[in-house]
Design a protein around this ligand. Sequence first.
Ligand code: NI
Ligand code: MN
Length: 233
Amino acid sequence: MIRLIYFGHSAFQVESAGHTLLIDPFITGNPHTKTTIETLRPDFILLTHGHADHYGDTEALAAASGATVICNYELGMYARARGVAKVHQMSIGGGFDFPFGFAKLLPAFHGSSMPDEHGMPIYLGQPAGILLQLGDLTLYHLGDTGLFGDLALIGALHPVDVAMVPVGGNFTMGPECAYKAVQLLQPKVAIPIHYNTMPEISPGAARLDAWITAVTELGVRAEVMAPDSVLTF
Ligand code: NI
Ligand code: MN
């Protein structure tokens, strides 16, 4: 059984076969969640890209739990330089068998950088989506991305059970392109992410409802997870 906890924005905990994974652990300062990092004990932290609303509490969580951080090469260099002890670096298109299952980085169309002391960007590698195969279940967290046609290829190569799809717009695709993404990918379940955290990524209830209706008409189960809620598969 897989247990999925959503903290709002793009942050999830995935519990599988005795392992606890965090994806994009933006907990402190995340207005959606009441969870605090003291309650979290991940053994792996997976990062889609190097932006503060995804890197989040990675350093504090890794220090407290000894978790291994899994991410792209440059973001891994950054995490190591900032004191993260255990880092597993990957690149787009590469997969690896971890103790918890298989993880693969997939393309995302976005940025990945943090400001240096002058406010200039430190390059943090290519942004990614993360595909996870945990037993019989395939999850795909799309990260922050615009729409791209290779979602059809990805869905054909890796039939997806649960997709976490950004819908907020401005920094990622909005609901209309996120519908197209679901149509291309054909997951069994689609969970909207990366919305309503700030005004720029709040598409409004009408457009979100239209996404749910349209996705449902494709035969895909739209699961709108409330922050701090749990789904099991
Ligand atoms: Ni981002
Ligand atoms: Mn983001």
